[in-house]
Design a binder for this molecule. Sequence first.
Ligand SMILES: [Zn+2]
Length: 243
Amino acid sequence: MLEYIIVTVFGLLIGNFATTIFYRLPRNITICGINQNCDQPPFCSYCRHLLKPHEYLPLLSWFSTFGKCNYCNSNIPTQYFILEISAVILSNSCFYLFNGITDLYILIFGFGVSCLLNILIYREHKAIPQIITISMLFWGAIYRTLTEQTIILWLSTISIAFIISLFLLNSKFNDTFRSKCIINILMLTSVWCSQEDLTLYMLIITMLCILWSFWKQLDLYSLSILTLFCITISDAILFLNQT
Ligand SMILES: [Zn+2]
């Protein structure tokens, strides 16, 4: 029971930190955590009034503000709530699925929160922050090395993805935002998706593309990231059962 309380609190803290990244990263504002002495301490995103600790700490902030800013009465963005709750659910699910706070718990939980951040920033700002992609690639390399016990496989797939990305950047495609999205998905897939799962992933993406050709409102980018995450979870469970 105590362990579930610990992972819930951990999930809340990471979810709360993710809200800071979600707001600050696309706007190039310094991310300084709970340090009140930094040049940009926590503030309301509408009236920019500085926040007291009980107004920005996870969960506590929702009880002390009731979803509204105490100074300008603006609604706190729903994405903040989604990030905090999702991080708690994810933290508890990973704890249950991967038998405690293990390597797989840390890697899959970190990947899940990053995927969510990636999707929310993409949907809100139509941007893909490179720093999140790089950190996801880094986590992915550790994950594949752990599950495959070799660096050769992910090194070869990331190399192929890199060459295709260079080709895309040098083609006529290079000035479109869509090419950045494709490169992002390509690089993440090359590191996170094992070769056994690649066929399944490609099949799902092809089906999504066909669906998208009929229904253009379909968020192909977010669904691709979500599919990658689901496939990775099943891969991690399979790995756990084999060991
Ligand atoms: Zn305010």
